[in-house]
Design a protein around this ligand. Structure first.
Ligand code: FES
Ligand SMILES: [Fe+2]
Length: 420
């Protein structure tokens, strides 16, 4: 149980708050490349601040500045984009990528005045079809090239905006027991009442769970009923990647779950997957497929007949910012306690002007993350359930993904048969 102050410290993400300052040390995906196909600007909200993201017409360079113009606050999203920055639509003040004022056309030329006004600015770049931004202090760290975003395969990404604090979702990433209940027992109940077969792999009981701090966050392990410490679920595990991702996967699917803290009570939640089953064949893809997944029905009830819909019910029904003064953590919540401690320690590091965990300063090609290949000892069922009973059921390329995996299994089976 936390005090009101402790809960606020962990959940407020605005500028000047301890968590807000920590979170400003990381890069976030905030838009898709395709958002800029027909318009050069977009308003985005990140860490309780509004920003104008823009793309230059010729070089295709991305920039990000605070949305409201320092002159008299008109939105820069309705500005004119130049190769060297963005010009406010209202009176033409021009801002470069670092927020310096280059021109004030209706003013007498006055370098002093120009130098006195500065716009807040961040950094922006593209990876994996998404536009990533950094709005913290200089020098900006490298954008970490986590494996899922840069590996070869077919990419698929569902997104939704959820009305809850991002930490509720992060705490769920260090809560393995919910799988057998929410995605096992409850899913089975849904299936019985609605007449479908819920996946059996999720119903296995957890015999043992383990959490350990690692370079990128917290590695999570489990031994399930019928399994042992020799299974990938324990031997390899998968990490919560501090401070806003979880890496999952198995059965030829690799996924990064991304929780962008838009503000204290809003999270942009993405399931970014790469499909590359062993033996599978695919054509190079121009861009990842992005689509919205749904989580409330016409009556306003949560849609809980699929895996992520069940998670969303749990996250959002806790309230916009869950009241941690009323909770009762048990022994099975050891991961939650470890995560809060990690946040606390890293807020301290930032207050001492040190880099927090996961800060990358060296250029690199790829950062591999540990993740089970064999998930729950149920490869085929796991991959099918992931695609048809998760957020990917809303994907426009769902059938193509199922075919890709089915074809890979068929090839592997025929190869094994030929070798036998
Ligand atoms: S409000 Fe932007 S130039 Fe006047
Ligand atoms: Fe879940």
């Amino acid at each position: 149980m936390l005090t009101v102050e402790q809960n606020e410290e962990l959940t407020k993400v605005g500028p000047g708050t301890p968590m807000g300052e920590l979170l400003r040390r990381y890069w976030y995906p905030i838009a898709f490349e395709q958002d800029f196909d027909s318009v050069p600007t977009k308003t985005v909200r990140l860490l309780s601040e509004d920003w104008t993201l823009f793309k230059t017409p010729k070089s295709g360079r991305y920039g990000i500045v605070a949305e409201h113009c320092p002159h008299r606050s008109a939105s820069l999203t309705y500005g004119v984009v130049h190769e060297d920055g963005i010009r406010c639509g209202y009176h033409g003040w021009k801002w470069d990528f670092d927020g310096n004022c280059l021109e004030q056309p209706a003013e007498a030329d006055n370098q002093n005045f120009r130098d006195r006004v500065k716009q807040k600015a961040g950094k922006a770049q593209v990876m994996g079809g998404m536009v990533w931004v950094y709005v913290g202090p200089d020098p900006a760290p490298e954008l970490p090239r986590f494996d899922v975003f840069v590996m070869d395969g077919i990419k698929d990404c569902g997104y939704a905006t959820l009305p809850c604090n991002w930490l509720q979702i992060m705490e769920n990433s260090v809560d393995p027991h919910h799988v057998e209940w929410l995605h096992g027992y409850y899913f089975n109940f849904m299936g019985e009442t609605q007449g479908f077969d819920a996946p059996k792999a999720f119903q296995k009981k957890h015999l043992r769970t383990g959490f350990e701090e690692m370079e990128w966050g917290i590695l999570k392990r489990r031994v399930l009923e019928g399994g042992s410490e020799e299974n990938d679920d324990w031997k390899v595990g998968h990490p919560l990647v501090f401070p806003f991702y979880m890496r999952v996967g198995g059965a030829g699917i690799d996924q990064m779950q991304i929780r962008v803290p838009v503000d204290d009570t809003t999270t942009w939640k993405l399931f970014y997957s790469n499909h590359a089953p062993d033996g599978g064949q695919w054509e190079p893809q121009d861009r990842p497929v992005f689509y919205e997944y749904f989580w409330r029905d016409d009556q306003g009830r949560f849609i809980t007949d699929y895996i992520e819909g069940q998670d969303i019910m749990a996250w959002v029904s806790q309230g916009p910012v869950t009241d941690r003064t009323q909770e009762h953590l048990g022994r099975s919540d050891a991961g939650v306690a470890m995560l809060r401690k990690m946040f606390k320690e890293n807020m301290k590091r930032v207050a001492n002007d040190e880099d927090p965990i996961g800060t990358v300063r060296e250029p690199h090609d790829i950062i591999p993350l540990p993740c089970e290949r064999d998930k729950f000892g149920a490869e085929r069922e796991f991959a099918e359930a992931f695609i048809t009973m998760g957020s990917m059921r809303y994907s426009p390329q769902k059938q193509g993904l199922l075919d890709l995996h089915a074809d890979a299994w068929a090839r592997r089976e025929s190869k094994a048969g030929a070798g036998a």
